[in-house]
Design a binder for this molecule. Sequence first.
Ligand code: PLZ
Length: 449
Amino acid sequence: MSVTHEPRTGGPTLPQERRLVTEIPGPRSRELQQRRTAAVAAGVGSVLPVYVTAAGGGVVVDADGNSLIDLASGIAVTSVGNAAPEVVARVTEQVAAFTHTCFMVAPYEGYVEVCEQLIELTPGDHAKKAALFNSGAEAVENAVKVARVHTGRDAVVVVDHAYHGRTNLTMAMTAKNMPYKQGFGPFAGEVYRVPVSYPFRDGGLTGAEAAARAIDLVDKQVGATNVACIVVEPVLGEGGFIVPAPGYLPALAEYAAANGIVFVADEIQSGMCRTGAWFASEHEGVVPDLVTVAKGLAGGLPLAGVVGRAEMMDSVHPGGLGGTYGGNPVACAAALGAIATMRDLDLAARAREVETLLFGRLRELAAAFPAIGEVRGRGAMVAIEIVEPGTTVPDPAMAARLSAGCHQAGVLTLTCGTYGNVLRFLPPLVAPDHLLHEAMDVLAEVASI
Ligand code: PLZ
């Protein structure tokens, strides 16, 4: 490993290498961590307190000059890589032209173009409209608003292990109490939770059986005619990278259509090429009524959207949707750069290559390391569920040990899951193979200790 201190330029100019020149975190990061502890509210966490000075491709470089392999993408955001050239170019041009007018005050082309692109890229060729917001949670809130106005109904149906955000309504929609909800209630009403399909944990129910179980609950406990929308992540993210059994999502979508319920796919984490398609709904041929999108959409700038059936989106009265910053011109420029990059580099295809590579390596590891109960995921949204060997009993301590071991060795991994026992891998889609292999080598080494 070289010991040169790289210049603080991000993007593709960064050497694509794992390079440790200090312990992790190093002295400079530890200094910054002290300042942070004094100034930043304790409720805001960080997975790994290395302070970043540059990032690009598949690496994150810290203030001590360490170069870490990035298997997090800032939680599925920098799919095109950090400081991707097309994002940098368009943002730079936009920021010099104008930074904000508020789309509700005086509009601009970038917002319209992002909506046009989202209309084209989301599943289905029916008439669609879109609206832009700042964060994933805000997009989910607005999808519910649209569904409620369109149907004249109140109830929102969500599933076990769901994650939809940290605002009041989306906390209610999120399943896991700690850390997302603890002490933050009372929560928004009219949110009902039904079982998901979780093949590793539901005793081999088929997708159709799992859907029937969920639908029965809606019918008996809520009443279909009271339901405005069913909101579901096609691949569950924070809840554990759970891929519902085939047939589950289509059955829910069919039930929604048959009962005048708006079917909302929360593709905030799974969308924008992450799972090997533009949207994860496509893997099962599901055409959602509304899709929420954020994260990978804008290469790291805050931007989110709701896209869906024109008659639903247009049911809201003029002025009923908006916000000061929603669809900010700089964020829109970034999104157009990110989308262009995804098209040019065919990053959906690249995500499928990443799936093949990671599945191959992780299945090999699972054969030697019985704590890996399951290897699962889609595209570059891959995870291992850690259990007590030979059982399905979650082992969050082992997952934490593996993740911490990777961090010490310069690989930035994340955990997730309701039981905190899932180790997830979601690299930038532009990360080169050699870094992914090296990260898997590190994981195998950590597992063997
Ligand atoms: N819906 C499916 O994955 C965000 C949150 C991490 P925001 N997931 C990462 C954390 O601890 O806050 C997410 C998601 C799905 C909605 C959201 C919310 O998106 O942009 O974080 O509001």
